[in-house]
Design a protein around this ligand. Structure first.
Ligand code: FAD
Ligand code: NAD
Length: 437
């Protein structure tokens, strides 16, 4: 690999998620020095994260160390496992902090950039509601899936404790999911499969008491899917005994119960053992700080960084942003972040050519929607796919096979594909592991 070249410009890339890794994979590092800053030294394949909460897939199977990616680049790419805590667009520097448990003599520093690519994703939306961060589990990062898996088994084992009271058995075995977007739906689906395939065998005395409830503020789940697929999902959930409470908004969260306003505007208390919170995204503190700094330059939305169609951050020089940290007309999905990352790498290829004196025109970003897919349990998936200027909505077992093949082919490495397929085969043959970690 070629080494750092002071005569070349340096791109500092924040993040190792979908946007950042797509960008990095396509970027020609002959033209630039690259420094990556991220608190996570791996890429996470989020679409299969719900499967990790019950052990259908093991966590490490969907993680790809960032160094497995950087080693294939023509120039050595530096990686600092740290969090960017501040961006100074005036001096073109960023502050970084080692936020891991183990630190050396230096754990804070400042690094300069010529170009900055912000791909830091988003935080979990809590609407500032007290109790959510303390008592609920999110489903965004690897440790969230791990926490859910542990708590779930803890609830089941505590419900089986000697002479446990019937009220506590009922509470401990009530798994409540807040948010009927794809994250909440896919989690409820995986939980149902675990219940039907495994808990039924290992906890026959408890399994009939285990309940799954999905709470959604809107009149239906999965608002981004066609009405036909929404109905199909709601029917499948009904068959699978997943209770869906629509037009129901969570108002308060305590350690053992939530208070909701139901469809009739009554306040109702719902006791729970496990609470999974999936009500969407909000900007991370770093993005909020940057937005406040660039307010005069046009950062006027509280929902994320505003960018133009070339991914340039409004109000800053030589700064780009992609993925969930931005607020655009597109949904915050891996599909969008990936296409933006690939596009931005081509922008940099053109910038390098222009610097070499070639005549190049940079075209604006164009998004191509390849469809929406979600797993809904019992080996069924749903898909809204663009087809001949229209849309095809399909659901069922064949769609599930398609769902699996799409996700496998979208994984970045053969190693991850191999591990995931191995996990699928393993959980089919031996069942999922019910030990509490
Ligand atoms: P991320 O992938 O979240 O990456 C952000 C990166 O920034 C991370 O590496 C993080 O560690 C790093 N970072 C955070 N803070 C800092 C900081 N201060 N400094 C430096 N680095 C920082 N989308 C789909 O299209 N299809 C799906 O099937 C799908 N399934 C999903 C399932 C789940 C459970 C979830 C949670 C999301 C799913 N999504 C799906 C959405 C998709 O994961 C996101 O849209 C996508 O991850 C956005 O990519 P990103 O690069 O913007 O952010
Ligand atoms: P989301 O924003 O898609 O859905 C959140 C849901 O929570 C909404 O339906 C909202 O009405 C509901 N909600 C909000 N506050 C509530 C409250 N107080 N009480 C009850 N319900 C409340 O969030 P998500 O599911 O986490 O998805 C985030 C992004 O990731 C989306 O863009 C989504 O498309 C993407 N994603 C895609 C897939 C997939 O394609 N299979 C899977 C997961 C996530």
């Amino acid at each position: 690999q070629k080494q750092f070249d002071p005569s070349k410009r340096t791109i500092v890339l924040l993040g190792t998620g979908w946007g950042a890794v797509s960008f990095l994979k396509k970027l020609n590092t002959d033209d630039f020095n690259v420094i990556i800053v991220s608190p996570r030294n791996y890429f996470l394949f989020t679409p299969l994260l719900p499967s990790c909460t019950v052990g259908t897939i093991e966590l490490r199977s969907i993680m790809e160390p960032i160094r497995f990616i950087t080693r294939h680049k023509s120039r050595n790419v530096k990686f600092y496992e740290s969090e960017c805590t501040d961006i100074d667009p005036e001096s073109k520097t960023i502050s970084i902090t080692d936020v891991s448990d183990i630190k050396g003599a230096v754990s804070n520093t400042t690094i300069p950039y010529d170009y900055l690519v912000v791909a830091i994703g988003a935080d979990n939306q809590t609407f500032g509601m007290a109790g959510v961060r303390e008592h609920a589990c999110f489903l965004k990062e690897i440790w969230d899936a791990q926490k859910i898996r542990t708590r779930l088994m803890d609830c089941v084992e505590s419900a089986g404790f000697a002479s446990q009271t019937p009220e506590e058995v009922s509470r401990l075995l009530h798994m409540v999911v807040v948010g009927g977007g794809p994250t909440g739906v896919e989690y409820a689906a995986e939980l149902h499969d675990f219940l039907k395939d495994d808990l039924q065998i290992w906890y026959p005395e408890l399994v009939d008491k285990l309940r799954i409830t999905l709470v959604e503020a809107l009149p239906n789940v999965l608002p981004m899917f066609s009405s036909q697929l929404i109905q199909y999902t709601e029917r499948t959930f009904k068959q699978n005994n997943i209770e869906v409470l629509t037009k129901t908004m969570v108002k308060e969260v305590a350690d053992k119960e939530i208070k909701v306003m139901d469809a009739n505007k009554n306040m109702v208390s719902i006791p729970y053992g496990l609470l999974v919170w999936a009500t969407g995204n909000c900007p991370r503190p770093l993005a909020r700080k940057l937005m406040a700094r660039l307010k005069e330059g046009g950062q006027s939305s509280p929902r994320g960084l505003l960018i133009d169609e070339y991914m340039r951050v409004a109000g800053a020089q030589d700064m780009y942003a992609i993925g969930d940290c931005t607020f655009t007309k597109y949904a915050p999905t891996a599909q969008v972040a990936t296409q933006q990352g690939l596009y931005l790498a081509s922008v940099f290829a053109n910038l390098a050519r222009i610097e070499r004196g070639e005549n190049r025109k940079i075209s604006p970003f164009e998004y191509t929607h390849q469809g929406s897919l979600a797993y809904i349990g019992s080996d069924r998936a749903i898909a809204d796919l663009p087809f001949l200027n229209g849309n095809v909505s399909v659901g069922g077992v064949a769609t599930y096979v398609f769902w699996r093949s799409v996700y496998i082919s979208n994984m970045f490495s053969f190693r991850n594909r191999f591990l995931v397929v191995g996990d699928w085969v393993k959980s089919r043959i031996f069942g999922r592991d019910v030990s509490r970690e």
